[in-house]
Design a protein around this ligand. Sequence first.
Ligand SMILES: Nc1ncnc2c1ncn2[C@@H]1O[C@H](COP(=O)(O)OP(=O)(O)OP(=O)(O)O)[C@@H](O)[C@H]1O
Length: 255
Amino acid sequence: MSETSPPLVVNGLGVELGGRKALHDVDLRVDDGEIVGLIGPNGAGKTTLLRAVLTLVPTVAGQITIEGRTPAKARGTIGYVPQRHEFAWDFPISVRNAVRSALTNRVTQGSPRSRRRAAVHEVVTEALRRVDLTALGDRPIGELSGGQRQRVLVARALVSRPRLLLLDEPFTGLDVPTQELLTRLFGELRGEGRAVLMTTHDLPSAAAMADRLVLLNKTVVIAGPPEQLREPSVWLRAFGVVASEQLLHTLGVDS
Ligand SMILES: Nc1ncnc2c1ncn2[C@@H]1O[C@H](COP(=O)(O)OP(=O)(O)OP(=O)(O)O)[C@@H](O)[C@H]1O
């Protein structure tokens, strides 16, 4: 791993799915200690972009570099929070074991053999603590609420202490206390120098917490700090609509 190469650089990325262009000419960069909000309408390609970084979909053009390496070489080093419905919640496993199963050897390989069990216990306990799930460690994952499930997914992403985190709609369907817990946690991760790329439909939260917003509609329409994106036409273009007072109202952008 190169500490000097950025956590994520995407250049001229193209992806085709089912014979149609899902993404074209996408340029994007996420730096250490930065939260980037990936925003766009349904079908804009937000999840596809995350999946391309994870090598879960093939690319047809461009390059992706993760800490200076190809996605194939960087596999297993990225923290990924998929959408909740993508996880097998009916698998008979406890919360603690669900988090432990996401742990890559990289984290404990520096520990002597005799210490390895204790090292695993420590990192799993720490991940559970950070998402406030310590009390539910023995609970079968199938018995969890939606908010608790989301916190399991975040703990799974954190347990290997990745430099780059990809979060796919982490706030969808959460109550306010859980949203606040995750917002606080993502802020802490930024403070630790981690890089976070997060898709969301929660535009006000994204504008409040992200250092930069990337408006995507098959390609990057515009990117910048939230305060620089106050021009209504930018949002209307990104969302492919002519005028939407409600959209602008949601965003707090003056029409
Ligand atoms: N496996 C697939 N085969 C064919 N087309 C696909 C596949 N997966 C996604 N697509 C298409 O690719 C486009 C981008 O989808 P994607 O899920 O990346 O969008 P998104 O921005 O995440 O949308 P949403 O906000 O609805 O989650 C859509 O038109 C979608 O129908």
